[in-house]
Ligand binder design. Sequence first.
Ligand SMILES: Cc1ncc(COP(=O)(O)O)c(C=O)c1O
Length: 382
Amino acid sequence: MSTTRPATRPGNPRFSSGPCAKPPGYSLDLLSDAPLGRSHRAAPGKERLRRAIDETAELLNLPEGYRLGIVPASDTGAYEMAMWSLLGARPSETLAWESFGKGWVTDAVKQLKLSDNTVREAEYGEIVDLAAVDWDKDVCFTWNGTTSGVRVPSGDVIPADRKGLTICDATSAAFAQDLPWDKLDVATFSWQKVMGGEAAHGMIVLGPRAVERLESYSPPWPLPKIFRLTKGGKLIEGIFRGETINTPSMLCVEDWLQALDWGRSVGGLAGLMARADRNAALVQDFVDARDWIANLASDPATRSNTSVCLQFTDPAVAGDGGFAKAVAQRLDAEGVAHDIGGYRDAPPGLRIWCGATVEATDIEALLPWIEWAYATERAAAG
Ligand SMILES: Cc1ncc(COP(=O)(O)O)c(C=O)c1O
């Protein structure tokens, strides 16, 4: 292993897991048509909000009868809006295998205080036994655990004739992984992830069974205005046409329209998924060829193609948070990789975003630098 600096640097050192890298070729000039200083309810704003919804639904191949809305507070807002609006009607299960999923468990147990809720949790790197889940209950889960790099391998385990609702946080999966829409009654995501958009706005997908629940059930707890999807027992259909609950940023909306344009230019959903797959495969090949680093996700079928989490396995440094941090800081200081330290609650290691906005050539250029930083830190440790 060499401590000589590699010759090539990534063209773009941004490998953060959110906000994620902007699409290649991005420039603020692309936003010059944003209707700034105008009401979002005036014609230009309405037209853009409607397009943001319609073009997203098209890019994701949402089935007929599924609704998509723009809601406040990024993915968190979208997901909590779903939990607060839908849960409590029947028994539930909350599943978690990393920190965001654990956050939804806390919501269910400590905030909503659901009386008949089963919690299933797995350690970082593992996933819960999905075959043991009772899908006749409402089930809350995160498709891709961003902080552990563990994802649901397939929707096959979710029965088509389930009685409960599936409420899925898909923020680091949407546009990178093949989401089985017929198995998802609710899915949420933020613009800031795979497409490299801005945070602050969330998107919520509602299948017909979720709408049926919304129109037939009123939760016993108070619902703030920004969570309200119904009025007088009826779905507020305007939300799904771009009549947002409160004022959106038209700059963020313009940015999202640009991201969608870019998504179409790389081959739409199939092209976006292929880009993430290729990036993640490059990282995995690198890891497989070395005995000092490994994917945190133990089962290959669960390995994320977006938030790829790695741990150092050499016994001399395995689990050493200070060492992993020093490696990440060295890469940051060198200007070859920003924000790739593992998440604060996750086991020490690196997390490399491999979503579609990251160029494969940049991943290829980064990998020798990881080896360099590792070797340099090991040598410094003596
Ligand atoms: C799985 C998951 N859920 C929720 C969030 C929170 O997203 P936001 O900050 O966009 O609300 C994140 C952010 O990284 C995430 O990865």
